[in-house]
Design a protein around this ligand. Structure first.
Ligand code: PRP
Ligand code: ZN
Length: 284
């Protein structure tokens, strides 16, 4: 059997979804611009849909799993399970107003016309703040609504902010933070589950690798103990003698998050010739 994976046809998540599969060593054959494509070296089949439709397709079992924004998962409220946070496609769902207008808080929205593709999430926000407003549901190009007099305010996804900027809108208030997640159909066969676990194992290795760097450095032997004490490493660092006497080469893995602090400390402790190398996969 093949696991059926739904991904966004075009848009913000498409490229990152395809890149992730590639980094997982999954080669996708031709047909990328059509509805369907097949992996040549992994039991997976790809379906390309509008992101907003993916939860429905996964609920119905047309696809077994999907890569989609949490924003769409919450809005559509379909019976699917969020199985994994993919870590890309970070964005937020925000109200935006016309440039020059000042958003004074939730009460600013009272009596206004709000254009959005997220009527459920927007209505929830309005209810929480006991605000009455008119929601105008639009499925795409929401950001042009104020300019053509269709709405006073929009509530739309913001990632880089360039869509808002180009349409003369200013982000006012965020109602939800979102990222891409892997969703799965409620009923899964053992075989499908096994394929999913193989896929998740690869995704996890790629994700871990991105968060870490491989570091090589030269250390004078009399400082070796001090330098090793600074290093985390997967188990412990590798230490090899250098050709020049009194020096060693130390290899280890450092988390991206404390990278610069660590490098400064290592330099202060006498480390030289520090090389930092990206890691492609990391299997623990
Ligand atoms: C969202 C949103 C904007 C764009 C914002 O679209 O509707 O068009 O991303 O990104 P920016 O802040 O980087 O400019 P989405 O990816 O959901 O595609 P869709 O509207 O076609 O579903
Ligand atoms: Zn969308």
């Amino acid at each position: 059997m093949k696991l059926k994976l739904a991904i966004q046809k075009s848009g913000r998540l498409n490229e990152d979804s395809m890149r992730l599969l590639k980094e997982c060593g999954i080669d996708i054959g031709n047909g990328v611009n059509k509805l369907k494509a097949e992996a040549t070296n992994f039991p997976i089949e790809l379906f390309f849909f509008r992101d907003d439709d993916i939860p429905q397709y996964v609920e119905d079992g047309v696809a077994d799993i999907g890569f989609v924004g949490e924003n769409v998962v919450y809005e559509k409220a379909k019976k699917v399970e969020v199985a994994y946070e993919l870590g890309f496609g970070k964005c937020r769902l925000s109200f935006a107003v016309k440039k020059g207008e000042t958003f004074t808080g939730p009460s600013f929205l009272a009596g206004k016309k709000i254009a959005t593709s997220y009527p459920i999430l927007v209505q929830q926000y309005l209810n929480e703040h006991s605000i009455q407003a008119e929601i105008h549901e639009i499925s795409g190009s929401v950001e042009i609504a104020p300019g053509i007099g269709l709405a006073d305010v929009v509530c739309d996804l913001v990632s880089s902010g360039s869509t808002l900027f180009m349409n003369g809108l200013v982000e006012a208030e965020t109602i939800l933070h979102s990222q891409a997640v892997l969703i799965k159909h409620k009923n899964f066969s053992t075989e499908a589950q096994q394929i999913l676990e193989r896929l998740l194992f690869r995704i996890e290795s790629v994700k871990k690798a991105k968060k870490n760097k491989y570091v090589l450095l030269n250390a004078p032997n009399d400082q070796l103990e001090k330098i090793i004490a600074l290093l985390p490493g997967m188990k412990s660092p590798t230490v090899l003698p250098l050709a020049s006497p009194g020096w060693s080469s130390v290899h280890t893995v450092i988390a991206e998050s404390d990278f610069w602090d660590m490098i400064e400390q290592l330099k202060n402790a006498g480390a030289e010739g520090i090389l930092v190398i990206p890691i492609e996969k990391m299997i623990l």
